[in-house]
Design a protein. Sequence first.
Lengths: 403, 237
Amino acid sequence: MSESPKRQHVSMGLLLFLAWKALGENRLSLVLLLLAVAIGVGFQIPNRANLAGFRDEIMRQEVSSGLGHVRVRPRQGERFADVAVMMAHIAHLPSVKAVEPILVLPGAIKKGGQLVIVGVTGVNASAREHPYERTAGVDLTPADDHGTLLGERLAKKLGATVGDEINLQVLLSTRPRLVLDDEGVGNYTLTVRGLVGFAALDSVFVNWGFLASETGDNQSASALLVWARNDDVRVARQIATTVEHDFPDTTALSWLDDSRYLRSIVGAVQALESIAGGMSLFGVIIPVLSLLYIDALHRRRQVSLLSAIGFREREIFFIFFAKALIVGIVGVLLGAAVGWGVLGYFDLHPIYNYEKFVIRPAITFTNMLFPMLLVLATTALAGSLPAWQAARVNPSDTLRRIE
Amino acid sequence: MSSGPVLVADGLVRRRGDRAVIAGASLTLESGDSIAIMGPSGCGKTTLLHLLGVLDRPSAGTVLVEGVDPWRTGRDARAALRLRRIGFVFQQNNLMPFLSARDNVSLPAWRLRGDRREALAQADVLLARFGLGPRSSAPGGELSLGEAQRVAVARALVNRPALILADEPTGSLDSAATEAVLDSFDEIVRDGTTLLVATHDPRVASRMRRIIRMRDGLIGLEPIPPADRMDRLATPL
């Protein structure tokens, strides 16, 4: 009486056929199930993409076009006297894309009757990466000792634009001579070459070589900014650890550890992602679980008939589980289409667009696929309880009832 | 497959709470037997059928199907036994309403052999044999009660089982439909399949070779000569 191995191997086609046919029996339930899943995915995709877009924009402004992924500062004192050796060493570390010096000095800028206290930052004009993004005019060139870049908000405050001349006073020496005199103050007339935005809206940039030579130390820098090959904070932390190990007189911090602002933003985005994702999942799991549970209750007699025919418990489980999978796959694909459409809308009409800070959805393979897989897994999970319940039906008890 | 009795039940007891629904039933079914189980409602006919069909586990006693005690095997083996050797026909709601008559009949064969085309071909033969060819594509939920019962009989037969258990198969049918189902039972018996029918209906019992009377979970075998059947069966127990 034993079955041959071939016959013990159940036809998956049969189980899927039964699942598919049973699903089609109640169109309203099917539509509601598909809607629950599709809406879950359809909301989750743009939500995740917009949050990722927000994080990307913050990263671009504060890191890529800001102070880089790792910030290296002297452990004591305000400046490195000579950064040439350290720069060359860090530039050759794995995962490092660029390393650039900055020299920051206090100063004041004047145009017409307007005087504004500012931080004056010397940057390497020939560098690949800069702690700003130029929004108008041209970049500084290495030999340009008479040019400057102004933050957009500062320029607006001064009424300055590209091509204008401004007067810049820089406090060249802060220590050990704290008492100001004319020798400690540089006074320059510079031409505005360009305007810069993002985190540098209120800053003034000049050539690092020019500013350093004015202080008397041609290779001095307040900090070295290191750009990594990607935004992964683990990479930045690894670089920081290596730098501190190789140069014990320095402190090196990753972008996340250096900025409470960034840490708060990243934490907030992660929290919002979790909350919104959780809401979407509950929005899927409750209706799917309820409808499939009611369906399993409603079909106890059919399950008992299958059992009487000779279907095994795990096959009955699979029939009901397959229903959840079919609903999940079809619903997720529908939801992905909806999500894609909503992404397109938000790409054309960003949810936030103010003074160069534009949040566009990050339309990536991951941001599409992750919500799809998450909702599919949730649907499968929601379907497993009713499937288990169906598989546990006692056929004798059910079949003795006349329905 | 064993050449001995199709089924041997010995001292079957089935308790529900403190009550013994079946209180020591023994019987032997030989190949080709056709047996009616009669008795008042609640006497344990359905429970007995479920015990014999390996749908329910006896509280005591044994059931041997072709020499094998299914309760000494695993759940999968019992499911395989039902699939290959036992066919069921219940009083009503026998079919998957979302499947056509053809798909309903082919289901056990598809499950057993894994070949849908072959299973459908077998279903077509059986449906034609029971006069249901023109209704083969009708959904189970749209068949008349009589048609649905004949489809259920065809489904019970599709894997050529050794034993068919029918629980009040004509209980919801009119006379014409009852006659059609009984004709299909005659065909089953002619094929050498063992048929055990639980019924209230003397007409059904009269078509069986043996009758078992049940009362209070106990059974007594009562061979009735064909000539006497209708008169005797009409007498209350």
